[in-house]
Write a new protein. Structure first.
Length: 315
């Protein structure tokens, strides 16, 4: 059973939830991919199915430093335009985890199940975010002016543009405080925007390739047999978490944790965890070779931006 689309649905969606928080926290309409992208760290799990956060040559701590510098530059830019902006933490829920194929950490599952409680907490963070509260308190005209100040004009003739793997095109205004922060840090704004979005969106094709592998399908079948032996007749991990995640699902924390713990143990004993991890690394390397120009450009621009980021944060 390959069922790649179902397997993709099995991902615990923490980064998508946190991306929504980040975008809402910024008080903006979502710029396509640039800030919802998962490779720069995207309720229940951290990141989505894009490349691992520290997969490149830039250490995770330095990526965090770049995030902080972007946030600080945007805050200063908005202040200069007469608006307030609170920096958004890179990881609003540090305990969130990413399980793109199957939950395979019994200890985490024992504590969080499939992550429904973290989904709820992410919702509370969105509702209580100071940027959202601030925007709601502004008159409509002033609110729209703040959004434009941050994101730039939709009619900007110098739109940034990136063609993603698969051919989809995303864009963003080259004006506004977001773009200004990117320009100040990375210099080559259009090159950085394109490279970042290409690399950030390698996850979906990687996930499709992994779940289409016959070896992956065989491991899922073994995992399913292990689950059924415990009275949990799930065909694949998409089925198990679909029963517990989602706004319309009733909450039964004890039952959710029992199912998630069994899933994790079956993932380890069936070999699904190790097979998925190995195939994921293989296809990640292959995709990065296929998109080497974007990968190298992103690494180069990030490395060059680090001294500027440190200077920004030292002021």
């Amino acid at each position: 059973m390959t069922a790649p689309s179902r397997a993709r649905a099995s991902r615990i969606p923490a980064r998508s939830l946190l991306a929504a928080l980040l975008l809402a926290g910024a008080g903006c309409t979502a710029p396509p991919a640039a800030d919802s992208a998962s490779e720069p760290r995207d309720g229940a799990a951290r990141q989505d199915t894009s490349a691992p956060r520290a997969a490149g040559r830039i250490p995770a701590d330095d990526l965090g430093l770049l995030h902080e510098a972007e946030q600080e530059l945007q805050r200063r830019c908005m202040a200069a335009k007469g608006f307030r902006l609170w920096p958004v933490p890179e990881e609003p829920l540090p305990e969130a985890r990413d399980f793109p194929y199957v939950v395979d950490d019994p200890a985490w599952a024992q504590r969080y199940g499939y992550g429904s409680s973290l989904e709820e907490r992410a919702g509370h963070l969105r509702a209580e975010d100071p940027n959202r509260v601030y925007l709601r308190g502004l008159p409509e005209e002033r609110r729209q002016a703040a959004i434009t100040a941050l994101n730039g004009s939709r009619s900007d003739p110098g739109q940034l543009r990136a063609v993603l793997p698969g051919g989809a095109v995303v864009g963003h205004s080259a004006t506004g405080c977001r773009a200004e922060s990117w320009r100040e840090l990375y210099g080559d704004l259009s090159g950085w925007f394109e490279a970042r979005n290409v690399v950030a969106n390698l996850g979906a094709p990687r996930h499709r390739r992994v779940t289409a592998e016959p070896e992956y399908a065989r491991s899922v079948a073994a995992w399913s047999a292990c689950m059924e032996a415990a009275g949990l007749p799930y065909e694949d991990p998409a089925d198990s978490r679909a029963e517990f995640l989602g706004e319309d699902r009733p909450r039964d924390a004890a039952r959710e944790k029992r199912a998630a713990v069994r899933e994790a143990r079956c993932a380890l004993s069936s070999g699904l965890s190790s097979v998925a991890a190995r195939l994921d690394r293989h296809h990640d390397r292959a995709l990065r070779r296929e998109h080497r120009t974007a990968v190298d450009r992103l690494e180069r621009l990030r490395a060059a931006a680090l001294p500027r980021a440190r200077d920004v944060l030292a002021r």
